[in-house]
Design a protein around this ligand. Structure first.
Ligand SMILES: Cc1cc2nc3c(=O)[nH]c(=O)nc-3n(C[C@H](O)[C@H](O)[C@H](O)COP(=O)(O)OP(=O)(O)OC[C@H]3O[C@@H](n4cnc5c(N)ncnc54)[C@H](O)[C@@H]3O)c2cc1C
Ligand SMILES: Cc1cc2nc3c(=O)[nH]c(=O)nc-3n(C[C@H](O)[C@H](O)[C@H](O)COP(=O)(O)O)c2cc1C
Length: 557
């Protein structure tokens, strides 16, 4: 590392270091961030003079399944190029004592449960929403909230955080962005504008290029392995096994899938999830085309704006079951139907949820046959087809080169029509030997078995939520772990408590009973509690958290 004179200088990489200019900017930014926080030696020049060209910037992320974490790293890389000295913090590890001294703060966070923080943000939020939280008059901040508009409390936690920071006298440098499942574009716009806003009072005066919405290989931090496959570039895998797990007469349709990773070099750890990009049911596509009175050959914009045939767009690019808000609005306007109009008015949440339950796009089209849409109009009212995540149910140590899934196939009947979950039936019915399955691995560092093999585990799962625990068991067997394992198929109410062990819920009476039962089951104070979350509507199993409670009073109290 070069030190150019005897005054303390911001350390920077030598020109000969084997990095690209972007990598050098990122690392130099990172070093400057660290350096600016280090205590100054006696007689050193004041910090403002030392960090002449780089503005310290803290980037905090609240993330459950990795989206916000990845975006936080991208913010750091972009900020490094634009004259900031960024430091990225996982909210669960962020030293809250540092908060009052933050001058520039960017937070990217998702929302979970029913408008709640993701697990890694819970302790931070407890602190920030308590009376102990400091006033933050010197902090300029902006928030990028990730969420999913299918939830009533869309971006709920990001919104609460935004309001709370304002009430603590922090100054909003740039308005919050609320990003839906397709977050690339709004994120890139927010990042560009938020960095410009935060740069305004800085001294660097470096040019501020537009943020490119496309991620590039050179955006990655040095030393970070290039993740070859993600949701935008999935690996086309082969489904080698598709087997029903339930016995004859069972009400459930749970299936075991084995997917070959071939020479993809995709790797995973137990606790990770596999993202699967499905295509829609062709029969439903034909029903929709018939209802639209369209041949399917009309040109329509695909998910990336490139024109494709309408049939292809409906098969692979858009969600064609769930009713989106713009589609409902358009149907209400074009049909003139009064009950529909009432449902689109603001503040009718309960009624709307009731109306939408078990109702799909095809039902509205059939109920209002006089309403017409062109191919372009129709697809512009739809949401883009999203990948579904599945907890991986195998250990790579037991099944190298393969990934197993345990999937509950969603099929039900409503309004006298048979319905199919898009992805679970894609895997169960539509993937033929010649059809590949586009997949990617979604890391979940918050959900891992205990590193020590002799530590007992209690595994608590709602509904059919056994998938990741099968992987945990395989992993333990593969490494010869000796610790006792107890799987508790908790009733959902109790599991809700277990899935979100906030301090408040740990003190509640039902929680106390559950704690005692868990402690009895564990038979050990060193028990490692592995939990899975359940989604608010109960229809999906969510991701999990694994926690060690060696000294946690709540476990034994
Ligand atoms: C991290 C993570 C891990 C997961 N792991 C697993 C796993 O291991 N195994 C697994 O099976 N799933 C898992 N899921 C859930 C999975 O991602 C999908 O959500 C699930 O398979 C349904 O997707 P789908 O495309 O088949 O159904 P979709 O097309 O998304 O349809 C589901 C929707 O159908 C509607 N619906 C369902 N039942 C009814 C009904 N009876 N009446 C009316 N409407 C109804 C609901 O609106 C529901 O949202 C996981 C989810 C996450 C986030
Ligand atoms: C179990 C579960 C619950 C969720 N609850 C909400 C919610 O209440 N409000 C919301 O806007 N989004 C909700 N989401 C969507 C996530 O916030 C969104 O997928 C986000 O991109 C995830 O980012 P992360 O990977 O950084 O955690 C939920 C997702 C899951 C899986």
């Amino acid at each position: 590392m070069e030190q150019k004179n005897d005054q303390p200088q911001v350390p920077c990489l030598p020109e000969s270091a084997p990095f690209t200019p972007e990598q050098r900017a990122y690392l130099n930014g990172f070093l400057a961030g660290l350096f600016s926080r280090a205590p100054a030696p006696a007689g050193a020049v004041p910090p403002a003079a030392r960090v002449e060209t780089l503005r310290p910037l803290s980037i905090l992320f609240g993330s459950q399944t990795g989206n916000a974490e990845n975006l936080a790293k991208r913010i750091a890389r972009e900020a490094g190029k634009r004259g900031f000295a960024p430091t990225v913090h996982d909210l669960s590890k962020y030293p809250v004592a540092q908060l009052a001294s933050e001058e520039r703060l960017l937070i990217v966070t998702s929302t979970y449960g029913d408008g709640e923080p993701p697990d890694n943000a819970k302790t931070f939020w407890e602190f920030l929403s308590s009376v102990a939280a400091p006033k933050l008059p010197h902090t300029r901040f902006s928030i990028c909230a990730l969420g999913d508009s299918n939830y009533l409390k869309f971006c709920g936690f990001g919104k609460e955080l935004d309001t709370r920071l304002e009430s603590l006298a922090a100054q909003r440098a740039h308005p919050r962005a609320d990003c839906d499942a397709e977050f690339e574009e709004p994120f890139a716009k927010w990042l560009n504008e938020a960095l410009s806003a935060l740069a305004e009072t800085g001294s660097a005066g470096l040019p501020e290029p537009m943020v490119n919405t496309e991620r590039r290989a050179e955006d990655r931090a040095p030393g970070q392995a290039v993740p070859a496959y993600d949701r935008n570039n999935p690996f086309r895998a082969t489904l080698v096994t598709n087997r029903k797990l339930n016995g004859p007469g069972s009400q459930k349709a749970t299936r075991h899938f084995e997917i070959a990773l071939d020479d993809s070099q995709l790797t995973y750890d137990v606790g990770d999830a596999l993202g699967v990009i499905p295509s829609n049911c062709p029969e439903l596509v034909e029903d929709i085309l018939a209802a639209l009175r369209a041949s399917g050959d009309q040109a329509a914009p695909g998910r990336d704006g490139v024109q494709v045939a309408l049939r292809e767009a409906l098969l692979r690019h858009y969600e064609i079951t769930k009713i989106s808000q713009p589609f409902l609005q358009a149907m209400a306007e074009r049909s003139g139907d009064e009950p529909l109009k009432k449902l689109t008015a603001p503040g009718v949440n309960g009624e709307l949820t009731k109306f939408l339950w078990g109702r799909e796009i095809i039902d509205l089209l059939l109920a209002h046959p006089a309403v017409r849409f062109s191919a372009v109009e129709f697809v512009c009212l739809l949401k883009k087809l999203q990948p579904r995540l599945y907890s991986i149910s195998s250990s790579p140590k037991a099944h190298p080169g393969q990934v197993h899934l345990t999937v509950n196939v969603v099929r039900y009947e409503s309004l006298s029509r048979k319905r199919k979950g898009v992805c679970s039936t894609f895997l169960a019915e539509r993937v033929q030997p010649n059809v590949s399955v586009p997949v990617f691995v979604r890391k979940n560092e918050n959900f891992r078995p205990p590193p020590l093999g002799d530590v007992p585990i209690i595994m608590v799962g709602p509904g059919t939520g056994i998938a990741p625990f099968r992987a945990f068991l395989q992993e333990r067997q593969a490494v010869g772990a000796t610790g006792r394992v107890t799987r508790w198929r908790a009733p959902s109410a109790r599991c809700c408590f277990l899935a979100r062990p906030s301090r408040k819920s740990l003190r509640s009476a039902p929680a106390a009973r559950t704690r005692k039962r868990v402690a009895r089951l564990a038979g050990s104070r060193r028990a490692f509690l592995c939990l899975r979350q359940r989604q608010p509507h109960g229809e999906r199993c969510g991701c999990g958290i694994a926690r060690n409670y060696p000294n946690e009073q709540g476990m034994h109290g």
